[in-house]
Design a protein around this ligand. Structure first.
Ligand SMILES: Cc1cc2nc3c(=O)[nH]c(=O)nc-3n(C[C@H](O)[C@H](O)[C@H](O)COP(=O)(O)OP(=O)(O)OC[C@H]3O[C@@H](n4cnc5c(N)ncnc54)[C@H](O)[C@@H]3O)c2cc1C
Ligand SMILES: NC(=O)c1ccc[n+]([C@@H]2O[C@H](COP(=O)([O-])OP(=O)(O)OC[C@H]3O[C@@H](n4cnc5c(N)ncnc54)[C@H](OP(=O)(O)O)[C@@H]3O)[C@@H](O)[C@H]2O)c1
Length: 260
């Protein structure tokens, strides 16, 4: 690789659809850096750039779904973006392929600003579920929150990432509720759950009945991750409910990670 030498191996991939897969990446220098669940790193590859007619190194940010205790092999949940420079090349890779894994970690999208006596609502669109899986794998059953709800929005039912694991966790942990919504399920499909976009799920009385969590900024923090228009629409809805965005200068209850 011209700018960054390959320093990791794709050891396994599990395809969910032709455009959605779990990639398992082992760094040559293990263990990988210690990190907080919710932080991100970068994957890189040298790819052919048609616009300049040569190969160029491309790197993009990804949030591990694996817990920081698993630093021999990181797990990433990735959407192939049509025409996307890195992801089109990443989806060509087969186990054994070499790639670049940034040895550093970045970001403040963690539970650090959330006190342990609050309820937490994790909101994800698409592959935005990954950082929450890292958090759940790290903290579930450890009293890191009072109650936690994961609202996961996808277009099609088969795109519900980590479904079996989340269903199993919800079945055994009374402090966790998984609330999936499938927005483009065909009318005739067997999907029996929610079909509405996330803002429509955030009606306080119905939400509290369903999850046991009050959509009240005095008791609850909300994390948002994924599509920028989802972030904007859900933030606006939370603003109507009295929630404020969090920053280090002005602490609030809404924490966001924008994927693009
Ligand atoms: C902090 C952070 C963490 C991230 N973690 C993940 C992750 O865990 N999994 C993951 O799949 N992606 C994640 N992303 C997005 C990722 O970094 C890339 O942007 C994405 O994979 C597309 O890269 P590309 O080179 O293929 O597309 P590019 O050629 O860079 O992008 C083409 C265009 O596609 C759009 N786009 C980018 N991502 C998406 C998307 N997912 N869906 C629809 N349109 C998109 C944008 O408008 C972009 O300009 C994360 C981004 C950030 C900032
Ligand atoms: N078969 C295909 O060709 C196919 C399939 C999937 C994705 N894609 C492409 O892949 C890209 C990523 O798709 P994705 O499904 O991973 O991510 P996505 O477009 O972000 O959709 C994921 C979930 O977020 C919801 N959402 C989007 N905007 C929202 C908003 N403003 N407010 C609330 N909810 C919102 C979607 O609902 P809605 O369904 O209501 O938008 C969906 O439930 C897209 O650009 C898409 O074109 C292609």
């Amino acid at each position: 690789m011209s700018e960054q030498a390959a320093n990791a191996t794709l050891v396994e991939r599990r395809d969910v659809t032709d455009a959605l897969a779990y990639f398992f990446v082992a760094p040559d220098r293990a263990p990988f850096a210690s990190f907080e669940p919710g932080q991100f790193t970068n994957l890189g590859l040298e790819v052919f750039d048609r616009s300049v007619g040569e190969r160029r190194f491309v790197r993009r940010a990804y949030s591990p779904g694996s817990a920081p205790t698993q630093r021999e092999r990181l797990e990433f949940y990735v959407r192939r973006v049509q025409g996307g420079r890195l992801t089109e090349a990443l989806f060509e890779l087969r186990p054994g392929a070499r790639l670049w894994l940034d040895p550093a970690v970045y970001g403040r999208f963690t539970l650090e600003p959330v006190p342990a006596d609050r309820d937490v609502v994790f909101v994800a669109s698409g592959t935005g579920v990954a950082p929450y899986v890292s958090m759940l794998r790290s903290y579930a059953g450890r009293k890191r929150w009072r109650r936690a709800v994961l609202v996961e929005s996808v277009r099609e039912e088969r795109e519900l990432g980590y479904r079996a694991e989340l269903e199993a966790l919800a079945a055994r942990d009374p402090s966790f509720v998984w609330l999936p919504t499938v927005t483009r399920a065909p009318e005739a499909s067997t999907w029996a759950g929610s079909r509405v976009r996330i803002p429509a799920l955030l009606e306080p009385d119905a939400f509290a009945r369903r999850t046991g969590v009050a959509l009240d900024p005095r008791t609850t923090h909300v994390l948002l991750c994924g599509n920028p228009s989802m972030l904007a629409d859900v933030s606006a809805r939370l603003g109507e409910l009295g929630f404020a965005p969090h920053s280090r200068r002005a602490p609030g209850q809404v924490h966001t990670e924008r994927y693009w």
